[in-house]
Design a protein around this ligand. Structure first.
Ligand SMILES: Cc1cc2nc3c(=O)[nH]c(=O)nc-3n(C[C@H](O)[C@H](O)[C@H](O)COP(=O)(O)OP(=O)(O)OC[C@H]3O[C@@H](n4cnc5c(N)ncnc54)[C@H](O)[C@@H]3O)c2cc1C
Length: 337
């Protein structure tokens, strides 16, 4: 097992993990960020709802900028895939595909995976004209011919919400029965939203831009944008392994400080019941980092392990010989009589 016990390890290098690591680095905590390189953000070529980028920015660039920002404050970023975590006393032990790691506090920012429908042509259109999130992408498809693929209440409500953006919205159940409540069925009738029930066999597109959906019964439906509600897989297995509570959908339950039900274990971003948006994930990461920092500070007070006042000495920064890091064993500490 690793010799070093970090103050904090963040698992996940998406928006939530990077934002948390930034705050923790600037709080002078000995922090490591471990990630397996599968942030959902890379699927978005043109993020339009991230404050500070009025011309838009690709998800990939946002991550690259985030990594540069985080490393500037001394946080090490490691590529690994964490397979298992265990808690021994107050220390978390992590088993990665390549290495083992230990930390006093652990933040899970492992995200989720949206499941695209398994229809030929779909993959090429992801993020370009096939979307999962109306809050992210409805604005950019205003006035277009939109199809919502889904067969439940969520799909119905999605389609109705899209009427704010376009008068041409229909539902395709892709061969499934439409299982919606009475009130949702009434709404569909009232707003005259067409529902196609046969299977979609092929998505016609040009360079990722959808032109039409082809149905089993040889119907070609001209379409410019598709939203899908098939489902999400939450990457909460590590949390479950150490006994953290999950909700009905499999998301990690957290309180307003992003604490899970396991002491010392925090979670942020799309693996929690948050609205899965980049800026919200980043905000949750920052919230978790603040709570972790407070937690470690209170622990230092309890254990009398803060660095003590050193009169007129010149103070250095992390990495210099004069470093005053709380985790620096060379720091003088206060021992009560
Ligand atoms: C097609 C598409 C378009 C989108 N467009 C937008 C948009 O325009 N605006 C917007 O706000 N949001 C958009 N989103 C949503 C956005 O991507 C998410 O809100 C955001 O990425 C969530 O951040 P996160 O940190 O919670 O998760 P992620 O960014 O998904 O990061 C999760 C991280 O955890 C790592 N990880 C998981 N398990 C492990 C493990 N066991 N060990 C090590 N690392 C692990 C992954 O490799 C990854 O680095 C879009 C999503 C998709 C799919």
């Amino acid at each position: 097992m690793a010799d070093i016990i970090r103050d904090v390890i963040v698992i996940g290098g998406g928006l939530a993990g990077l934002s948390a690591a930034l705050y923790l680095g600037r709080s002078r905590r000995d922090t490591m960020l471990i990630e397996s390189g599968h942030s959902m953000a890379v699927w978005e070529p043109d993020v339009q709802n991230s404050l500070g980028f009025p011309e838009g920015i690709s998800g990939l660039s946002l991550l690259e900028k985030g990594r540069a920002h985080v490393t500037r404050y001394g946080v090490g970023i490691v590529q690994d895939d964490i397979r298992e975590i265990a808690r021994h006393g107050e220390v978390f032990e992590l088993q990665g595909a390549s290495e083992q790691y230990r930390a006093n506090r652990l933040l899970l920012a492992t995200g989720l995976t949206h499941l695209p429908p398994e229809i030929p042509g779909v993959r090429e259109c992801l993020g370009h004209s096939l979307f999962f999130c109306k809050d992210c992408d409805a604005y950019r498809v205003q006035g277009k011919r939109i199809v919502v693929i889904g067969a439940n209440d969520e799909a119905v409500e999605y389609a109705l919400a899209m009427l704010t953006y376009s008068p041409s919205v229909s539902i395709a159940t892709n061969g499934n029965d439409l299982r919606c409540g009475h009130i949702q069925a009434e709404w569909l009738k009232a707003y005259q939203v067409p529902v196609r029930r046969d299977r979609i066999v092929h998505v016609e597109h040009e360079d990722g831009q959808i032109r039409a959906l082809h149905f089993e019964k040889e119907v070609r439906l001209e379409t410019e944008a598709v939203f899908t509600t098939r489902g999400d897989v939450y990457h909460a297995g590590l949390a479950e392994g150490v006994g953290a509570d999950l909700d009905r959908d499999g998301q990690i339950k957290v309180n307003e400080d992003m604490r899970s039900s396991v002491p010392g274990l925090y979670a942020a971003g799309c693996v929690t019941p948050a609205n899965c948006q980049m800026i919200i994930a980043a905000g949750q990461g920052a919230t978790a980092a603040q709570a972790i920092n407070r937690d470690l500070f209170e622990q230092s007070l309890r254990t009398h392990s803060l660095p003590v006042y050193q009169g007129g000495a010149r103070f250095g920064v992390r990495g210099s010989k004069e470093s005053l890091s709380a985790s620096n064993p060379a720091s003088r500490t206060f021992a009560p009589e």
